[in-house]
Design a protein around this ligand. Structure first.
Ligand code: 0L1
Ligand code: MG
Length: 262
């Protein structure tokens, strides 16, 4: 850690303003080149506390940057995590307003709904044993950094680009399906724009949840029972705009549909 509490608080306010008013900012390391990953998670925690103080409720967490192609695309070398609040949730088949985002992109992800608390260093099998069900989901990410250009420290402080999330499709028990071979196809306005298989996510999506629980442990947190956890993008992130219709299809798990408006 290199930054004092005043700097952490100042950076959290800068990120919160950019998120709230959809105004792009320079990456944080331009002004704080010595910022570390630990500092970035302190900024993310300050941001979370601020949203909670405003009445938002943390309903879960997300793993991000979990596939090698995604890390290469964004120029980072490690996955990360972010928090999800009730204010970010949107229902399936709804119209999602994009007017309050900077450059939104959609991703297909497997979500885990936890039946039991997890903490510390956990294995894939422990994650699966603690999972109540898995479910298809779509994440809308929105980096607040100009030109979608950032480094790992800046993106973690920006809550790993979290913006909106949608759960849908058919929930499945984790033992009833091979979690590495779930094929996904994303269609935008009727055209296939991205596809992949769930092994893209660190080899197995439950491993991404284990990574997330480990990072939470380093932050002094646990993953509570009832949490909604997004395990990371199976497909590339696809830019979306007002007027678009998106369908994310998941093998043997149904689909998630949304439309986008102003
Ligand atoms: O959910 C994700 O994998 C996104 C993490 C942040 C990187 C980005 O904004 O593309
Ligand atoms: Mg994601």
């Amino acid at each position: 850690m290199t930054l004092d509490n005043t700097a952490i608080q100042r950076l959290a306010e800068r990120v919160e303003t950019a998120q709230t008013y959809a105004t792009p900012i320079r990456k944080l390391t331009d002004d704080y080149p010595g910022m570390t990953v630990a500092d970035a998670y302190r900024v993310q925690t300050a941001l979370r506390r601020s949203y909670e103080a405003r009445g938002q409720r943390v309903v879960g967490w997300k793993a991000g940057l979990t596939s090698r192609p995604k890390m290469l695309q964004m120029g980072v070398d490690k996955p990360g995590i972010g928090f999800l609040t009730d204010a970010m949730a949107r229902p399936e088949n709804s119209v999602i307003s994009l007017g309050d985002m900077i450059h939104p992109r959609a991703e297909c992800e497997i979500a885990f709904v936890m039946g039991a608390e997890l903490s510390g260093q956990v294995s894939r099998d422990q994650v699966l044993a603690a999972t109540d069900y898995i479910q298809p989901s779509v994440e809308i990410i929105d980096s607040r950094f100009t030109g979608f250009k950032f480094d790992l420290e800046s993106v973690l402080a920006d809550n790993s680009s979290s913006a909106r999330f949608i759960a849908g499709g058919r929930p499945r028990r984790p033992g009833s399906i091979d979690l590495r071979t779930i094929g996904t196809v994303m269609e935008l306005n009727g055209e296939i724009v991205a596809l992949g298989a769930s092994a893209e996510v660190l080899g197995h999506p439950a491993d991404a949840v284990a990574m997330l629980v480990g990072v939470l442990h380093e932050m002094g947190e646990v993953l509570p029972a009832g949490s909604f956890v997004m395990s990371g993008a199976i497909t590339a992130a696809v830019p979306v705009k007002s007027g678009d219709s998106l369908i994310a299809r998941f093998l043997d798990m149904g689909s998630v549909s949304v439309r986008f408006g102003d």
